[in-house]
Design a protein around this ligand. Structure first.
Ligand code: PEP
Ligand code: MG
Length: 612
């Protein structure tokens, strides 16, 4: 077991923490905290008129970080006692230290440096001074400073990269305050067994990515990063949404058994993958896969999907430097060619929110999910958008591309985007390139798009409902905020009515509707969506087999009736109770309950807490 000076909390106390089940599966291993983060911040000179803004920004970061550490301190006192919470006292003292505050302010005011670079430079220099000190006590303090440094950098934005020590050969469990998708993508997958984070929800993109990578994960644990120490033993229960720090022998035995059962269930499910997704009364429901990585292409047909309902192309941009036109053509061609003649839906760049790329400065917005993101960025950066469109059209040699535009919230955005597509096709044809016909669709994920659905439907070939964002924006519930994760209600009557309205508008114009948000893979939601008339469900590849099992067990006429009844109901609790009464037993009988992460099921399935 690796030890470190950070391993100062001596009590190897068994602690159980419950959070959000972000990605199913189980893992046992040693904890690796993000204290090894390496952050690369580029030096930024600012003009005189930005000095005041950067000063304010720095003071705001100090304030946020102080609040955060105070909270962690409080939790540590409650869980482990005052003695163990001392480390956070030290952090708070450093934050208040006038030398630090004035040192950073002076770099901003006199040297005209950005707040983030000034903090990075000042604190890194302090760390070096402490590290080279002859006194052991002073050296020890550099560890506090490093912890603090990472916390401060996190507060600015999450541009850091988790570096896992090359010498670690076996898999570790990563514990972080927060992880972002680009960080997860950059990790060496063989070294990471699972992860657990303080923040985040089930539809945060890092959770979505974890499911694609088949990496068990629990998010929204609030204070796990403060409670664990490098080298602690951990169990991650991504199915039940909990972790055990320093598990006892009984825990280990139980989870070894669970892991075996999980693997067996997956093998059994796999045998169903080629069965048709047809209801008992003969209704065919298209099941497509969501993919984030080009390397997932091979999984699509293997796991029983008949195409791709969503390729989140922005994941190709999580790297140093933007991908060139040629690199994009290569990536899109790989997916399109390998899956032809099956349809492949590729969504144009949807950056922003919790998907940041360093080449486009999207960070530091007060409300990034509602900020300068997605199609807005593309329409402001036409060279970026047109390069992507051109690459997609060139890659569409076999004519199986469905082009999907994200975050459309007005007719103008749709028409401007269509104009760009038309122009790029025209240019390619002028160059002698023969462009096969391409279907064009829009994501319905902003309430404005639902309200305009009848008009949008006249302009496109298909709709794809992004339930993750549609729920977030309809209910004003940040999908990444663990504090309000219980308010993220897919079965809220407002959300279900939005879906109903979208389907009605689409079918009136004779175009199909897909749901590609996480709702499509939730067992209860999926049958409700079928009842609401959704034509296609698109989900992470490994949920396809489970969904087939459900579809093959239901009657279309019955779920239609259920959906009609649900649309008349006024509140989420009544809807959930009704759905559970009708279908919970069927889902349990199908043996799917071990996958169910919907907390509504905890009373009837074996809630992880009840078992402990
Ligand atoms: C959605 O919002 O439901 C969706 C599929 O898009 P993303 O999760 O990438 O925002
Ligand atoms: Mg979305």
């Amino acid at each position: 077991m690796k030890t470190s000076t950070k391993n100062r909390i001596k009590a190897k106390e068994r602690i159980v923490l419950v959070g959000v089940p972000a990605s199913p599966g189980y893992a046992m291993g040693l904890c690796h905290t993000v204290s090894t983060r390496e952050v690369s911040i580029t030096e930024e000179n600012i003009p005189e008129e930005r000095v005041a803004t950067e000063e304010q920004y720095f003071l705001k970061i100090l304030n946020t970080t102080t609040k955060e550490i105070n909270q962690i301190k409080q939790v540590t006192v409650e869980k482990l006692g005052t003695e163990e919470a001392r480390i956070f006292e030290a952090h708070l003292m450093i934050l208040k230290d006038p030398t630090l505050v004035n040192g950073v302010l002076s770099l901003i005011q006199k040297e005209k440096k950005s707040a983030q670079w000034a903090v990075h430079f000042y604190v890194s220099s302090l760390i070096k001074q402490f590290e080279s000190h002859t006194s052991a006590l002073m050296k020890e303090r550099s560890i506090d400073l490093k912890d603090l440094y990472h916390r401060l950098m996190d507060a600015f934005d999450d541009t850091g990269t988790v570096i896992i020590d090359e010498s670690i050969k076996e898999g570790v469990i990563l514990v972080a305050h927060e992880l972002n998708p680009s960080t997860l993508i950059s990790l060496n997958k063989d070294q990471v067994l699972a992860f657990a984070t303080d923040s985040g929800g089930r539809t945060s993109h890092v959770s979505i990515l974890a499911r694609s990578m088949e990496l068990p994960a629990v998010s929204g644990l609030k204070n796990v990063s403060a409670l664990v120490r490098l080298g602690d033993n951990l169990i991650v229960d991504g199915t039940g949404g909990m972790i055990i720090i320093n598990p006892n022998e009984a825990d280990i035995k139980k989870y070894q058994e669970k892991l075996e059962v999980f693997k067996r269930q997956q093998r059994e499910l796999f045998t169903m993958r080629q069965l048709e997704p047809i209801t008992r009364d003969g209704k065919y429901v298209t099941l497509h896969a969501n993919i984030e990585l080009v390397s997932e292409t091979d999984k699509v047909l293997d796991y029983g999907a008949t195409g791709v309902g969503l390729y989140r192309s922005e994941f190709l941009f999580f790297r140093k430097g933007l991908p060139s036109f040629e690199e994009q053509v290569e990536a899109y061609s790989y997916i399109l060619d390998n899956l032809a003649p099956h349809a492949v839906t590729i969504r144009t760049l949807d950056v922003g929110g919790d998907k940041l790329i360093s080449e486009i400065s999207l960070s530091n917005e007060a409300n990034p999910f509602m900020g300068w993101r997605s199609i807005r960025v593309c329409l402001d950066h036409l060279e970026l958008f047109r390069t992507q469109l051109k690459a997609l059209l060139v890659a569409n040699k076999k004519g199986n591309l469905r082009l999907l535009l994200p975050m459309i919230s007005s007719m103008e955005e749709l028409l401007s985007s269509k104009e760009q597509v038309k122009n790029v096709i025209h240019e390619l044809e002028q160059e002698g390139f023969d462009c096969p016909k391409v279907e064009l669709g829009v994501m319905i994920e902003v309430p404005a798009a639902v309200i305009l659905a009848d008009k949008l439907a006249k302009e496109v070939d298909f709709f794809s409902i992004g339930s993750n964002d549609l729920i977030q924006f309809t209910l004003a519930v940040d999908r990444t905020n663990e504090k309000i994760s219980s308010m993220f209600q897919p079965h809220h009557p407002a959300v279900l009515n939005m879906i109903h309205k979208t389907v009605t508008a689409a079918h009136r114009e004779g175009i199909p509707v897909s749901v590609c948000g996480e709702m499509a893979s939730d067992p209860l939601s999926s049958l409700l969506l079928v009842g609401l008339g959704v034509d296609e469900l698109s989900m992470t590849p490994w949920s396809i087999m489970e969904c087939k099992k459900i579809i093959r067990s239901i009657n279309f006429e019955e779920v239609r009736e259920i959906a009609r009844n649900v649309l008349k109901m006024n509140d989420t609790d009544t809807i959930n109770a009704y759905l559970k009464k009708k279908y919970a037993q069927t889902i349990i009988d199908l043996g799917i309950f071990s996958y169910i992460s919907n907390s509504d099921f905890c009373e009837i399935s074996d809630s992880p807490l009840q078992q402990l």
